[in-house]
Design a protein around this ligand. Structure first.
Ligand code: IPE
Ligand code: IPE
Ligand code: MG
Length: 247
């Protein structure tokens, strides 16, 4: 059964946050929170498909997350790999196209292999494009793009003036449209270096739910909020109210 909305965002980005707090509040270690996040993610993907969303992009591991304890980093690397291996056939069955957005340096080669295998397996699918941002950070993404543009200009591979389109084409998300709806769970109200360029005109919804407790109903609630927003992109419409005259 599909879910109908007045206005469905084409591209939704989610910062899946709050796993550690969810676990610690239950007397568990942080990694148990990450484990509990898998079911939330699968439910949200199914919810996005039912709502008719075309692009769903999630933040799984940031370029800043290497600062965490070696044990947590190791767990997250193994875990990303396991989730992909465990879920890729199910996602393939849902006609989902899996994509990876992230940087190669530091990222475990076995994780990259798993991401590329999932990409290949689902490359012909025509349903939801699901992008996993693993070892992703937006500032370094823009910096990488600028350096590549300079290199390609110097070598003559790139000709003419650099435009917004040029930059967009050099980003890790080059095949994705701009973000329409940006959601963050856990109550934190910040971007944390996620999709800075791509979210220039996104609508933001911050939800006070820790990621392991997040489900499709929360996603649909955020879409509901989105459909009530008035996106102007800098434009304006003049609609003066009729002044009341006495007498
Ligand atoms: C988000 O949950 C998952 C990752 C960053 C990998 P956190 O691990 O950031 O959980 P909190 O924010 O500390 O509760
Ligand atoms: C952002 O969450 C990264 C991911 C969800 C993967 P963080 O928990 O790392 O962000 P901060 O540290 O609260 O800004
Ligand atoms: Mg966090």
């Amino acid at each position: 059964m599909s879910k109908k909305f007045v206005d469905v965002p084409e591209h939704i980005a989610i910062v899946m946050d709050g796993n550690g707090r969810w676990a610690n509040a239950r007397g568990l270690t942080r990694v148990e929170g990450h484990r509990a996040g898998e079911a939330a993610l699968m439910d949200v993907i199914e919810g996005a498909i039912k709502a008719g969303v075309k692009y769903l992009t999630v933040f799984a591991f940031s370029t800043e997350n290497w600062k965490r304890s070696p044990d947590e980093v190791k767990f997250l690397m193994n875990y990303n790999r396991e989730v992909l291996r465990r879920r890729r056939d199910q996602l393939n069955g849902w006609n989902v196209k899996i994509r990876w957005a992230g940087r190669r340096p530091k990222l475990w080669p076995t994780v990259i292999d798993e991401l590329l295998t999932a990409e290949k397996l689902t490359s012909k699918n025509t349903g939801l494009t699901f992008t996993m941002c693993v070892n992703y950070g937006s500032r370094i993404e823009i910096l990488d793009a600028v350096n590549q543009i300079v290199e390609d200009s110097n070598s003559g591979k790139l000709k003419g003036k650099v435009t917004e389109k040029t930059i967009q084409k050099y980003l890790l998300t080059k095949n994705l449209p701009d973000v329409d709806l940006f959601i963050r769970s856990s109550g934190e109200q910040r971007i944390s270096n996620f999709l800075l360029w791509q979210s220039a005109y996104a609508e933001f919804v911050f939800l006070d739910v820790l990621w392991p407790d997040f489900n499709r109903e929360h996603l649909w609630g955020a879409i509901e909020q989105y459909s009530k927003r008035n996106r102007r992109f800098g434009g304006a419409v003049d609609k003066p109210k009729k002044a009341k005259r006495s007498g």
